[in-house]
Write a protein that binds this ligand. Structure first.
Ligand SMILES: Cc1cc2nc3c(=O)[nH]c(=O)nc-3n(C[C@H](O)[C@H](O)[C@H](O)COP(=O)(O)O)c2cc1C
Length: 304
């Protein structure tokens, strides 16, 4: 029996449930030198803003125990160059293209998404409501009212599915997820990074110029699983899991907790073909356990 790894989220068909996470593979060009992007269920781009951004000065990444810290500050080419160059490259590949969008205010998200609506190969947008490394990043992420309004307004200008990416740096992530669902989010993705810090004891300075950064990798996996489990129980909209997925075993944990698909981020810095290996491992796991379709695992966590 050849197991079926394909999943459908908000009417979009993914050949497998393994996507890359925003900001960890740019716009896919470097990754395409290492393996064919058509192995991916989907590719999520770096956050795109209205204008190009330089981001924070280096150092903007640092190692942490079981993970890494980053404070890139949303460096990106801006929506015009993204559409002219980067999307043109991506649209040649047989994979779902999810464009991650960020902004300083709601109007910025609306402007970028309206431009992307004219580009049919921007299959979905993922709204980064959760960047902890820029001053304004948390405004929408923290307020259910603003999150709902933001998704509703963006849905008016972008005709394909909208994913809301949620921050773990809030007191009740389910409340925000429900608000995004009420605003019309086709799916929610979680989690973005947790706010963290590292200190150089010789220079007595923070290791990042931004002082704090976003913690990612295996260190955040237990937090991600708990939040996915919680959100899966509170919304009907599909959940996309992110946070410390390094192996196919991790991915299975995410599916059992309710994720319909997972995104791979920090793992790419360790092994750039991690998504290919994770997909192969999943396929074998399904065969071994006589599971026909990956969707049979979603939310199937057993109770004690
Ligand atoms: C270097 C780096 C840059 C990132 N940039 C973005 C970004 O631009 N937009 C975004 O929504 N998330 C960004 N993230 C967060 C990831 O997409 C992901 O949510 C997070 O790293 C947790 O997944 P992981 O543990 O698999 O890396 C970034 C993460 C890293 C490590």
């Amino acid at each position: 029996m050849t197991p079926d790894l394909s999943v459908e989220i908000a009417g979009v068909k993914f050949k497998n449930p393994i996507l890359t996470a925003s900001g960890t593979c740019g716009y896919g060009e470097e990754l395409a030198d290492l393996f064919s992007l058509s192995h991916l269920g989907g590719i999520v781009t770096k956050s795109i803003t209205v204008e190009p951004r330089e981001g924070h000065p280096p150092p903007r990444t640092a190692e942490a125990d079981s993970g890494m810290l980053n404070a890139i500050g949303l460096a990106n080419v801006g929506v015009d160059r993204f559409i002219d160059e980067k999307l043109r490259f991506l649209e040649k590949h047989d994979t779902v293209v999810v464009v991650n969008v960020a902004g300083a205010r709601l109007q910025d998200y609306i402007d970028v998404c309206a431009r992307l609506d004219d580009c049919p190969r921007a299959d979905m947008v993922e709204l980064n409501f959760s960047c902890p490394n820029v001053d304004w990043g948390m405004e929408i992420a923290k307020s259910p009212t603003r999150a709902e309004q933001a998704v509703r307004e963006i849905n008016k200008v972008f005709s394909r599915p909208v994913i809301a990416k949620l921050s773990p740096n809030v007191s009740d992530i389910s409340e925000i997820a429900r608000a995004c669902e009420a605003g019309g989010a086709a799916a929610v993705s979680l989690i973005n990074t947790l706010v963290g810090m590292a200190v150089d004891i010789d220079t007595r300075r923070p290791r990042l110029t931004n002082n704090t950064g976003g913690l990612s990798g295996p260190a955040i996996k237990p937090v991600a699983l708990a939040m996915i489990h919680q959100v899966y129980g509170s919304v009907k909209t599909p959940v996309i899991g992110i946070g410390g997925v390094m192996t196919w075993r991790d991915a299975v944990e995410f599916f059992l907790c309710g994720a319909s698909a997972v995104q791979i981020g920090t793992a790419l810095f360790v092994e750039s073909d991690a998504p290919v290996k994770i997909t192969a491992g999943l396929k074998k796991y399904l065969s071994r356990n006589k599971i026909r379709n990956i969707s049979e695992l979603v939310g199937k966590l057993r109770k004690y």
